[in-house]
Design a protein around this ligand. Structure first.
Ligand SMILES: C[S@@+](CC[C@H](N)C(=O)[O-])C[C@H]1O[C@@H](n2cnc3c(N)ncnc32)[C@H](O)[C@@H]1O
Length: 213
């Protein structure tokens, strides 16, 4: 938890419910312990989608499709989402959820490792939502920069690692040290790449919002 729990509870208490299908998929995902975006992150994502009206959205990390369906409810009518997932057990559930939500035409699921899939993509995207394995963001970065449209938005989730990011690498459990170093490298890169303007926002588990000049 990187912000005060009571503050988060208060902020979340102001939210209105999502569509019935979104609420259902969210409850099912939480019951199955599938990691999905937190409410505060969802709120930020919805805000940026309404603000920037992206026509081409790329998501890295579908899980069971919750955030993709949520984004699709806020994007312009003719917009399209491409989302990537490699964990096989989640893929049929995500597909079924897109069907239940009536979003099969609006959302395309690409199955496989994002490291390979990103390399093969050629379209440019107005919004890229990075929500996969945290230790890989830095490896995805060159392709993400290539795919991000000029003026486009890159939103990277879970960048503060439940607060671990500010600790010395020796204070982090051995298991998390590589992720810790790679995430620090990723954040440094986001903040020091001349074409990017990045804000690091400590909500949810930390979100970095970058725009490409
Ligand atoms: C935090 S979950 C995504 C949650 C989803 N965006 C939501 O909020 O509904 C991260 C997902 O990324 C997937 N993932 C991790 N590394 C990946 C990779 N290299 N390629 C494709 N998917 C990956 C995981 O299997 C997991 O389902």
């Amino acid at each position: 938890m990187i912000t005060n729990e009571r503050m988060i509870a208060y902020i979340n208490s102001l939210e209105s419910p999502e569509s019935p299908i979104c609420e259902m998929i969210r409850k099912e995902a939480l019951a199955e312990m599938v990691p999905i975006i937190r409410n505060e992150t969802a709120s930020l994502l919805k805000f940026f989608i309404r603000l920037t009206k992206p026509m081409h959205i790329l998501e890295v990390g579908t899980a069971v499709g919750y955030s993709a369906i949520l984004m699709s409810e806020y994007m312009p009518e003719e917009a399209h989402i491409t989302t990537i997932e490699k964990y096989e057990p989640r893929i049929p559930i995500a597909k079924e959820n897109f069907h239940r939500a009536g979003k099969e035409n609006a959302i395309t699921l690409l199955e496989g490792d994002a490291a390979e899939i990103l390399r093969s993509l050629e379209e440019s995207y107005d919004l890229i939502f990075m929500d996969a394995a945290k230790g890989q963001y830095i490896h995805f970065f060159p392709d993400v920069m290539r795919l991000l449209a000029s003026g486009g938005l890159l939103i990277s989730d879970n960048i503060l690692q439940d607060g671990d990011i500010i600790e010395s690498r020796f204070a982090v459990t051995r298991r998390n040290r590589t992720i810790h170093s790679r995430m620090r490298e990723y954040l440094y890169t986001l903040k020091h790449t001349p074409e990017l303007q990045t804000a690091i926002i400590p909500i949810g588990d930390g979100v970095a919002v970058s725009t490409k000049q």
